[in-house]
Design a binder for this molecule. Structure first.
Ligand code: IYR
Length: 221
């Protein structure tokens, strides 16, 4: 059994006023984030994407297993292949598989089976969830709370990209199985979602949507 080892917490306590100011500013910035479906082809430097991924990799995870893998795709050919495969799945979804109530729920978003953003946006970060790890001798290592951990890391990735002035879209073609073989990932890594990252096009439009109020999302006891 590996012994626990501890180091001092490097903590910077803040005066309450400063805490309130930062919370307000973060909230205001978060409120400006939108899921963007219209991208320009303007490139985003790889170093910015690396910083965003490193920020995502600071997420808490079950037993600190860090069960995530981020495949950052900027290669136009690979993006095109992903688009073609995703659109084939989406066409199936919109034309046959989606139940009416689901299509009705999507109507306010104006989505369709066409996914030009998968080719236009500078980066597609394909997030994989590692269902189990392997140690130095190739034995399986169990991971814990994989979906939760990868979900939190993805949230942090979105927040990091937004803080860097980039637009994002969480995209989940269903089924996403094609992504593993296409990107050369082992079977134990399951596609979690595609995060589209880039600069919005100048004519980008977003659906007019309201966010729930504090009363609707929070209860204080
Ligand atoms: N995957 C489809 C459908 C879709 C589903 C949900 I839930 C959304 O919030 C948005 C779209 C698509 O990408 O069009």
């Amino acid at each position: 059994m590996t012994e626990a080892e501890f180091v001092p917490l490097n903590w910077n306590p803040l005066p309450e006023e400063e805490m309130a100011r930062r919370a307000r500013e973060f909230r205001a910035s978060a409120a400006r984030r939108r899921s963007v479906r219209h991208y320009s082809t303007r490139p985003v430097p790889r170093s910015i994407i690396e910083d965003c991924i490193l920020a995502a990799g600071t997420a808490p995870s079950g037993a600190h297993r860090q069960p995530w893998r981020f495949v950052a795709v900027s290669d136009p050919e690979t993006k095109r292949t992903i688009r073609v495969a995703a659109e084939a799945e989406e066409r199936e979804f919109y034309e046959h598989r989606a139940p009416d109530d689901w299509l009705e729920a999507l109507a306010p978003l104006g989505t369709s089976a066409d996914k030009p953003f998968l080719e236009m946006a500078s980066w597609l970060i394909v997030v994989f969830a590692e269902s189990y790890g392997v140690d130095e001798v190739g034995s399986r290592v169990k991971n814990y709370y994989v979906q939760e951990s990868v979900g939190i890391a993805t949230g942090m990735l979105i927040a990091a990209a937004h803080a860097a002035g980039l637009a994002t879209l969480t995209h989940t073609p269903s089924p996403m199985r094609f992504l593993g073989p296409l990107l050369g990932r082992p079977d134990r890594e399951r596609p979690f979602l595609i995060l589209v990252v880039g600069h919005p096009s100048e004519e980008a439009l977003v659906p007019s949507l309201a966010r729930k109020s504090l009363d609707e999302i929070a209860t204080f006891v």
